[in-house]
Ligand binder design. Structure first.
Ligand SMILES: *[C@@H]1O[C@H](CO)[C@@H](O)[C@H](O)[C@H]1NC(C)=O
Ligand SMILES: *[C@@H]1O[C@H](CO)[C@@H](O)[C@H](O)[C@H]1NC(C)=O
Length: 424
């Protein structure tokens, strides 16, 4: 089988569009200068990458109004911006973990219906526009590192045709009918980035038309990218968005069960040394993004228990009770307000071409996102005829949430879709 296939491989490759062919046949000499206008293929559209939740750096600045719970936590007061968990070893050595938890936490303001930083803690996400994301020393291939390398090999260049849009992972992107000051600002920044990326290509290729931009989102970044597109004016989308490529996106409208786990037991996703999921749990419980992603009854139903305990079982409809029962009664009100718009199965299609790639076949999904959420997403995207004809869903059997963009065979498929999006 293999030799037969190999014999015809060159012929098969000729049938593929140039860009894809190149991908399977790596160019022998890689002396293409990415800045050189000739290296930018006819079909190449700028790409903006929106990474997963653990990939954004978060910096803080402590002002005079900050009242630390212990004096130690005020050490950085008045000293300007610092990375909240960038100095990983220092966080551990100086027993800074409780301070880290305190300064990362959000508080809910019921009057404004808004989750905010503690008084006196200002935060920002640095490096907006760049694809230099948070690096996890234990997993240097995470945070789109492998994908980025591949795109660069194909001629993409950071700051020229390739951009990044990190966000504040603690906040949930607003779904239609909600508002968020944090995301209002982020969406505005992202619109500007997309417009600049598009014009830049036009200037470099004098006289050519503006190049639309491919927006790529992974995991929580997929949710952010989707909500961003939905929040833009239709004429703007038409003018600037070439394609939305979503890989293992977190499903905003249906939620997923893993978020309940983050809430109940914490998570080690951020890799802060000397911490455990449990020690960071108080912090996770304040994140709007976590409670907003709880499984919705409209998709998960109200008869199947999602959390089983000795005393009581909880279905998707019992999540508010669960919050109170695990001792987080303060989260009930923001949860109810965030859940409200989802009570009916809301969905607003982005009305741009979309490709969605998911792993399947690992238990009940791909390790993080439930199959039922993926299928609900597909169904929603296909409900509106105008979206259905520009929606492509790909399920990769065996791919997991954690390796869909690091293992070569899955990554290849994703790159193929990006090239396809470039071509059509
Ligand atoms: C981070 O490390 C650098 C170098 O060791 C140090 O100057 C800085 O004060 C540290 N910042 C924090 C917040 O610990
Ligand atoms: C909870 O669900 C499990 C599994 O579905 C079932 O065996 C158990 O009896 C239920 N417990 C309660 C208290 O209803």
């Amino acid at each position: 089988m293999a030799p037969f296939f190999m014999r015809f491989m060159p012929l098969l490759l000729l049938l593929l569009p140039t860009a894809i062919r190149e991908y399977y046949y790596p160019p022998v000499a890689t002396n293409r200068r990415p800045n050189d206008a000739t290296a930018i293929d006819e079909v190449r559209h700028p790409i903006v990458l929106v990474p997963g939740a653990s990939c954004s750096v978060l910096e803080a600045r402590l002002t005079d109004t900050y009242r630390p719970s212990t004096p130690r936590c005020g050490a950085m007061k008045g000293k300007g911006w610092f990375g909240l968990w960038q100095n990983r070893s220092e966080v551990a050595e100086h027993d800074y973990v409780p301070c880290f938890v305190e300064q990362m936490s959000l508080v809910y303001d019921p009057d404004a219906n808004e989750c905010r930083n503690l008084p006196g803690v200002e935060t920002r996400v640095p490096n907006f526009g760049s694809t230099v994301f948070q690096r996890n020393p234990e997993h240097t291939d995470w945070c789109l590192a492998v994908l980025k390398k591949e795109l660069e090999r194909l001629g993409y260049h950071d700051g020229d045709t390739l951009f990044g849009a990190a966000y504040d992972l603690r906040h949930a992107p607003p779904i239609p009918g909600q508002s968020s000051r944090v995301y209002d600002r982020y969406f505005w920044q992202l619109m500007t980035l997309v417009e600049d990326a598009s014009r830049r290509q036009q200037q470099q290729q004098q006289g050519r038309r503006k190049k639309k931009v491919i927006l790529f989102g992974h995991s929580m970044g997929g949710m952010v990218a989707l909500e961003f597109v939905r929040a833009t004016p239709p004429a703007w989308r038409e003018e600037y968005i070439k394609h939305l490529v979503l890989v293992a996106p977190l499903p905003a409208s249906s939620g997923f069960t893993e978020s309940v786990k983050y809430f109940v037991s914490g998570s080690e996703m951020l890799h802060v040394p000397a911490t455990t999921a449990m020690s960071l749990r108080p912090m996770w419980r304040t994140f709007e993004s976590v409670i907003a992603a709880f499984p919705s009854p409209a998709v998960f139903g109200d008869d199947k228990p999602l959390v089983v305990t000795g005393r009581r079982n909880y279905t998707a409809r019992d999540m508010a009770d669960l919050l109170a029962d695990v001792g987080a009664a303060g989260a009930v009100e923001p949860f109810r307000r965030l859940e409200l718009p989802k009570a009916r199965r809301y969905f607003e299609p982005p009305m741009v071409p979309v490709t969605c790639v998911n792993g399947v076949g690992n238990g009940d999904g791909e390790g993080t996102i439930n199959l039922i959420s993926m299928l609900a997403f597909d169904e929603d995207m296909r409900r509106e005829p105008g979206q259905r004809k520009q929606y492509k869903s790909i399920k990769l059997h065996g791919a997991q949430h954690s390796n869909i963009l690091t293992q070569e065979r899955w990554l290849k498929r994703v790159i193929q879709e990006i090239l396809e999006a470039n071509r059509i």
